[in-house]
Design a protein around this ligand. Structure first.
Ligand code: HEM
Length: 200
């Protein structure tokens, strides 16, 4: 990344912590998930290139996702995704890891990648591991670990996306985040009165 205009304006550590704290612990990536991934690292690391190739084959075969990329960009993107995969497998899965995930989300906002695109590819990650780890004794624990990892990343990415929007509203239009939240809540209550848990 050469430009970093929005990075200083968002607190990635706080975004990750808030997203994690909203998740019930059973659904969240935890230490035993990190352990089972690290324990199987020797089997998972050699799958890196297949993971990366499959990931971009899927994105380039679909017009809306292919349109995100510039001519000749694929090799560079494959390199960063390979690094991502290694980081996920090797860890450490600590606070810095989750703060980094909170940074990866908004990087995509800049390029017009939508949350549906991001969440879809988290599904690809889980399916990839499910298919490729069938022969391993820890298969089920690995699938559970990657399912929780995908849920956790999705939570952080979605929250980071929301924060990026709020920051943009604040910086560009001068609307403070608390006001944007209140307006969104009030407007949603007006538009969807029957869905506000009994409060008409
Ligand atoms: C599971 C979902 C995804 C993960 C984990 C992921 C991961 C990453 C990572 C680690 C980077 C490098 C960030 C940096 O350090 O600068 C990156 C950049 C990028 N990704 Fe993804 N990605 C995902 C989904 C997608 C999708 C769905 C698209 C497009 C449809 C996409 C397009 C890009 C582009 C264009 C960049 C370059 C951003 C820039 O201009 O620097 N990614 N991604």
């Amino acid at each position: 990344m050469s430009e970093k205009p929005t990075h200083d304006a968002l607190d990635f550590d706080a975004i990750a912590k808030k997203a994690l704290s909203d998740m019930p612990p059973e659904t969240r990536f935890g230490e035993k998930d990190a352990e089972v991934i690290r324990k199987n690292a020797d089997a998972l690391l050699p799958l890196r290139d297949a993971f990366v190739k499959g990931f971009y084959d899927v994105l380039f075969a679909h017009e809306p996702t292919r349109a995100v990329f510039e001519e000749g960009e694929r090799a560079e993107r494959e390199k960063t995704l390979a690094q991502f995969y290694e980081r996920v497998i090797r860890g450490p899965h600590d606070g810095a890891f989750f703060a980094w995930l909170a940074f990866v989300g908004p990087v995509h906002v800049v390029r017009g990648v939508t949350n549906p695109m991001m969440l879809a590819m988290l599904g690809y990650l889980v399916e990839f591991v499910r298919e490729r780890s069938r022969a391993l004794p820890d298969h089920e624990a690995l699938v559970a670990a990657f399912t929780r990892l995908a849920a956790t990343m999705g939570a952080i990415i979605a929250y980071g996306y929301e924060m990026a929007w709020k920051k943009a509203l604040e910086n560009v239009v001068g609307i403070p985040p608390a006001l944007a939240e209140r307006a969104a809540h009030e407007e949603a209550t007006r538009l969807f009165p029957l869905r506000s848990h009994g409060r008409a």
